[in-house]
Design a protein around this ligand. Structure first.
Ligand SMILES: NC(=O)c1ccc[n+]([C@@H]2O[C@H](COP(=O)([O-])OP(=O)(O)OC[C@H]3O[C@@H](n4cnc5c(N)ncnc54)[C@H](OP(=O)(O)O)[C@@H]3O)[C@@H](O)[C@H]2O)c1
Length: 92
């Protein structure tokens, strides 16, 4: 399962990323507003399965840039030439 976790620099978001990494099996895109040393450590431990992107939710330009980066990072499986539900939600 691929996941996008917003506000992953600390608190519940950081804990969610840690749990997803522990479960494995998919890509995790985690957003942070500033630099989070704790999240960077998690990413370093997890390797390629965790991607960090910057997101400030009160800034439309930041939201657009983050959406673009999510599309770059999340690899979506395709069945019968159709995008998976994951791809559809990203491109809606
Ligand atoms: N903790 C609980 O027991 C609990 C229970 C029920 C509901 N909730 C709700 O669940 C949410 C998360 O709780 P939490 O305890 O994890 O909170 P938290 O420790 O304060 O973490 C909030 C996260 O959201 C990020 N954030 C805040 N404003 C942002 C913005 N404008 N743009 C981008 N990121 C932003 C913060 O980034 P920065 O690090 O950059 O500030 C931080 O990573 C909150 O809405 C809270 O009300 C929490």
């Amino acid at each position: 399962m691929n996941a996008l976790v917003q506000g992953a620099g600390r608190g519940i978001g950081l804990a969610l990323v840690a749990e997803l990494v522990a479960r494995g099996g998919g890509q995790v895109v985690a957003t942070q507003r500033g630099e989070s040393p704790a999240l960077a450590t998690l990413r370093d431990q997890a390797g390629d399965s965790v991607k960090l992107i910057q997101l400030e939710l009160t800034c439309e330009a930041s939201i657009a840039q983050a959406a673009s980066r999510v599309r770059e990072h999340v690899s979506c499986s395709r069945r019968s030439g159709q995008p998976s539900s994951c791809c559809r939600s990203l491109t809606a």
